[in-house]
Design a protein around this ligand. Structure first.
Ligand SMILES: Nc1ncnc2c1ncn2[C@@H]1O[C@H](COP(=O)(O)OP(=O)(O)O)[C@@H](O)[C@H]1O
Ligand SMILES: O=C(CO)[C@H](O)[C@H](O)COP(=O)(O)O
Length: 516
């Protein structure tokens, strides 16, 4: 399945398995524009591969070559994490950091908080393992948007967060985009860009749009203006055509749009000043394009222990003669439906058909030659975090009988607005009446979120997505066995916790892919 795609005048990079059967996007040649720096990266990757492939005299080099590690970082809603894995998917180090609360005027300075957290995570990578890190990638929250100075990379306005809605821009966006296109949602990246373009009277000449993951990766590789087709979906990028559509390129703000590559594509080497600041990282460590947090969680959920076939980004791990797990070709994997129970509820369902309907907040992300159909609700763990500590969640959950339906009917939202399975920026949270007992209250919230999840899966089925019969769970909520049983009862399906539930693990798989 995996095949290198010969490009006319472009760098030939092993990208994705191209399914011979007519697929949504597999038949197209993916044209990757080359830049001088890509040649050098490819050369160094080849060089290293040669080094890995041949006998290494020097013991130190031998150890270094055979023990290459891959660093993934997840910039989620409530904090950031890293995972350091080897080619067999074994985790050698992991850690997490809360976002520091830096204030700028009267609001949180998110950009400074993310940048500080990025460097704190790099600091947390054990010094003795840093020289083994071959590549780095990361994920961020989807549609989290920064407008930056295209010369300095500095943010020119406060970031628009993933769940922020800009309804003022919606009429204009609907007037240029196809009916019910993914961008036709107030929380889309395009609505945020148009809202900024129409309301900000600053000089717009040297400006650029980047997503949270793009901007954090730029801090590591130094190539400004590069995104990936998962993060770029909600600004209007068409991952099937592998280009921005004409209706978008004809807009005055099209000049702000970043270049788009596949997730896990080598962009450049880790910058020298970063290697100086965080001693130990090797000069041939590369930085790859990233993805969104719920896709990274999906990738993590699909990775099982080495030796068992599991597809992750179009390839699967297999243990060849119990030596190095190596990238083999695609194979069928039963994990095709993943609910990310993080601060939000994000659903991803692997499908051969692409489904988009902004009326319900449904869109399709590209995954190799297939589609991840789904959406992201504003319900989820953020509401739990607002009412209970993680310890309280554990203690109270022990007293819940998951086989008993809660009579409480909530719509748990942290603030006004819902994206999926109902796209209604004016939807009010519903968390009353609150019973005396916190156990009953928690039970009501967990069951109400499960009912939203069930409604979402029915909606996807009604819109033509693949019917499947098992759900795997990623994210912080996956650890709650009582919630899992409530969801099984409400969904009427087997629900299990994925082997890997952290998005950072999925980002590490992207870093590994970027080295192949
Ligand atoms: N035992 C538990 N049961 C249910 N939810 C939990 C439990 N422990 C933590 N959580 C929730 O998990 C969420 C964090 O999950 P995580 O995947 O880290 O979120 P994100 O990356 O979106 O910030 C928090 O909102 C927290 O309330
Ligand atoms: O809720 C979110 C933040 O955690 C994001 O919206 C989530 O990542 C879903 O977006 P996508 O489906 O584009 O990954």
């Amino acid at each position: 399945m995996l095949g290198s795609i010969n490009h006319s005048s472009t760098l030939s990079i092993l990208l994705y398995p191209l399914s011979p059967k007519p697929g949504c996007c597999s038949s197209r040649k993916l044209n990757v524009r080359t830049h001088p720096w890509e040649k050098s990266v490819e050369k160094s990757v080849k060089l290293r591969t040669m080094v890995v492939g041949c006998k290494i005299e020097n013991q130190e080099m031998g150890l270094q070559a055979s023990e290459r590690l891959y660093l993934g970082m997840d910039f989620g809603t409530s904090g950031a994490r890293y995972a350091l894995i080897d080619k067999q998917g074994t985790i050698h180090a992991e850690g997490k950091r809360e976002y520091p609360n830096y204030m700028k005027e009267d609001s949180l300075d998110w950009a400074l908080s993310w940048k500080t957290t990025l460097f704190s995570l790099l600091e947390d990578v054990p010094v003795h393992l840093r020289p083994l890190v071959a590549s780095i990638s990361l994920d961020g929250t989807s549609a989290t948007t920064l407008i930056i100075d295209s010369k300095t990379g500095e943010p020119l306005a406060r970031p628009y967060l993933y769940n922020e809605s800009c309804p003022d821009a919606l009429p204009l966006v609907k007037s240029i985009a196809p009916v019910n296109h993914t961008v036709c949602s107030g929380s889309s990246t395009l609505c945020k860009l148009v809202s900024w373009w129409n309301n900000d009277d600053s000089d717009k000449k040297s400006t650029m749009l980047l997503h949270q993951a793009d901007w954090l990766l730029w801090l590591l590789h130094g190539q400004l203006g590069v995104s990936d087709y998962n993060n770029a979906l909600k600004v209007g990028y068409d991952p099937e055509a592998d280009s921005y559509p004409d209706w978008l390129l004809s807009q005055p703000y099209a000049q702000l749009l970043p270049m788009v590559k596949a997730p896990g594509t080598s962009i450049g080497h880790l910058k020298g000043d970063i290697r100086t600041q965080f001693a130990g990282f090797s000069e041939d460590c590369i930085v790859c394009t990233g993805t969104t947090d719920s896709i990274a969680a999906f990738l993590a959920a699909r990775a099982t222990k080495p030796g068992k076939a599991a597809v992750s980004y179009g390839v699967h791990y297999c243990q060849s003669n119990y030596r190095q797990a190596s990238f083999c070709y695609n194979s069928v994997c039963k994990i095709i439906r993943v609910t990310s129970l993080g601060s939000t509820l994000a659903i991803k369902l692997l499908s051969t058909t692409r489904i988009e309907d902004a009326r319900y907040g449904v869109y399709s992300h590209r995954l190799d030659d297939k589609w991840l159909v789904g959406g992201a609700s504003n319900t989820g763990g953020a509401v739990l975090k607002e009412n209970f500590s993680d310890e309280q969640l554990e203690k109270l959950s022990e007293h819940i009988n998951p086989m008993e339906a809660s009579p409480l009917d909530y719509y748990p939202l942290k603030s006004v607005g819902e994206r999926f399975p109902v796209a209604n920026p004016k939807m009010e949270p519903r968390l009353h009446p609150r019973p005396e007992s916190d156990v009953e209250y928690l039970h009501g919230i967990l069951e109400s979120i499960a009912r939203i999840e069930a409604k979402a899966y029915v909606l996807l089925k009604d819109l033509g997505a693949t019917q499947v019969n098992e759900v795997f769970t990623a994210g912080g909520g996956a650890k709650n066995d009582k919630w899992t049983k409530i969801r099984e009862r409400v969904l009427g399906l087997p629900v299990s916790r994925a082997t890997q539930t952290e998005a950072a693990y999925g980002a590490a798989l992207l870093a590994l892919k970027g080295c192949q």
